[in-house]
Design a protein around this ligand. Structure first.
Ligand SMILES: NC(=O)c1ccc[n+]([C@@H]2O[C@H](COP(=O)([O-])OP(=O)(O)OC[C@H]3O[C@@H](n4cnc5c(N)ncnc54)[C@H](OP(=O)(O)O)[C@@H]3O)[C@@H](O)[C@H]2O)c1
Length: 308
C-alpha cells in the first residue's frame, strides 16, 4: 500500500522527512517514482497527473495539498475516489495574519500614508475607532470563521455571511441569499473567502460592488476567477470602491504589463496569504488516513457534487 506525493523538490524533502519520522510503516514515494502503480492507494498533490484513472487504477484517496480543490477537474476522477482538502492549522494562521494585516492597513490609512510619503507630505488623517468601522467576511468556512473571530477582537463592527447560519461571538452572522444585500450594505471593508465553484465564479462583479457602501475596500483572498476585473476597474474609477487588496488574480502569475500592478488604488500580492505548512499538513494527512482505516469520516472530505 503506497502513499504518493506529487510536489516540488523542497516540499517533497520536508514531507518525506515528516512521513519517515511519524509513519515509517507507510510506503511513501515521490512522483514520478511511484513503484508498482497498482499499490498506490493514496495521492497528495496540487495538480492531477494525466490519465489518473489508468495510471493509478487503485487510487482511493486524493488529498489536495492546499485548502481549495477548484484546481482539480473532478469530472476526470473515477466516482469511487474520495477527495480531501487540506485542513491544517498552518493555513488558518497564515490567512488570519494576512487578512488582519490588510484590514488594519485599510483601517489605519496605510495606503494613503504611503502615497503621502512619496510626496514628502506630512498630513495626518483623523484616526477612526475600530468600533466605528464595519468589516464583513463573505464566506464563513474554516478560514472565514477564524478571520472574523480575530477581527472581532479589535472591536470592529463585524459582519459575516454564509449559506448556512453560523454563530460566532462578536460577529453579526447573516445567512442565505435573501440576507446578502443587507450584509453587503454593512461592509466598508469586504473580505472575500468563498471557494471557487460554478455558483461563485465571477461573484465579485458590478452588481455586488453596487450594494457595498460607497468608497468600500475589497480584500480578495479566495481565487482570482471570483473577480471580474473590468467591473473592478469601473468601480474604482467611479469611486464606488476606494481600493482593493488582492492576493489572488486571474491569471497567476500576473503578467508584468497588467494594469493591476501599476494602479495605485490596488495592492497585489502573489497568492501568499497562507501556505500549507509541511509538518502540520503531514500530521493532518496521517490523522485522516487513520480515520479512513477505521471507517470514520475524514476532516476536509469534499462533497464532489457541490465542489467544496
Ligand atoms: N489566498 C490564499 O493563500 C488561500 C489559501 C487557502 C484558501 N484560499 C481560498 O479560501 C477558500 C475558502 O477556504 P475555507 O477553508 O474557508 O473553505 P470551507 O471551509 O470549505 O468553507 C467554504 C464556505 O463557503 C460557503 N459557500 C460555498 N459555496 C457557497 C455559495 N455558493 N454560496 C454561499 N456560501 C457558500 C460554505 O458555506 P456552507 O458551509 O454553509 O455550505 C462555507 O462556509 C478556499 O476555497 C480557497 O479558494 C486561499
Amino acid at each position: 500500500m503506497t502513499f504518493v506525493l506529487k510536489t516540488d523538490a523542497q516540499r517533497a524533502f520536508e514531507w518525506s522527512r515528516h512521513f519517515a519520522e511519524s509513519a515509517p510503516e507507510i510506503a511513501f514515494r515521490l512522483w514520478p517514482d511511484i513503484g508498482d502503480p497498482a499499490q498506490v492507494r493514496f495521492l497528495a498533490t496540487w495538480s492531477l497527473p494525466p490519465d489518473l484513472a489508468t495510471t493509478l487504477p487503485n487510487l482511493e484517496l486524493l488529498f489536495s495539498t492546499g485548502a481549495g480543490v477548484d484546481q482539480f477537474d473532478l469530472s476526470r476522477l473515477p466516482g469511487h475516489v474520495q477527495v480531501v482538502r487540506m485542513v491544517e492549522p498552518g493555513i488558518v494562521d497564515g490567512m488570519v495574519e494576512y487578512v488582519t494585516m490588510a484590514v488594519l492597513a485599510w483601517h489605519r490609512d496605510l495606503f494613503a500614508y504611503l502615497a503621502r510619503q512619496r510626496t514628502a507630505s506630512w498630513e495626518p488623517i483623523r484616526v477612526q475607532t475600530a468600533a466605528s468601522r464595519k468589516v464583513g467576511v463573505l464566506g464563513l468556512g474554516m478560514l472565514g470563521q477564524a478571520v472574523a473571530r480575530k477581527l472581532a477582537g479589535f472591536g470592529f463592527e463585524m459582519h459575516g455571511w454564509s449559506r448556512n447560519r453560523r454563530e460566532i461571538p462578536g460577529v453579526r452572522c447573516h445567512a442565505g441569499a435573501a440576507a446578502l444585500p443587507g450584509f453587503l450594505a454593512s461592509c466598508q471593508a469586504l473580505v472575500f473567502l468563498l471557494p471557487l465553484t460554478e455558483q461563485t465564479l465571477g461573484m465579485l462583479n458590478a452588481s455586488l460592488f453596487a450594494r457595498l457602501p460607497r468608497g468600500a475596500t475589497l480584500i480578495n483572498v479566495a481565487r482570482g476567477q471570483h473577480l471580474l476585473l473590468d467591473d473592478l476597474r469601473a468601480a474604482l474609477n467611479d469611486g464606488q470602491l476606494a481600493g482593493a487588496i488582492l492576493d489572488v488574480t486571474d491569471p497567476e502569475p500576473l503578467p508584468p504589463d497588467h494594469w493591476l500592478w501599476s494602479d495605485r488604488r490596488v495592492v497585489v500580492t502573489p497568492h501568499i496569504a497562507s501556505m500549507t505548512q509541511p509538518e502540520t499538513a503531514v500530521r493532518s494527512v496521517l490523522q485522516n488516513l487513520r480515520r479512513h482505516a477505521r471507517g470514520e469520516a475524514m476532516v476536509g472530505l469534499v462533497d464532489r457534487t457541490r465542489g467544496y
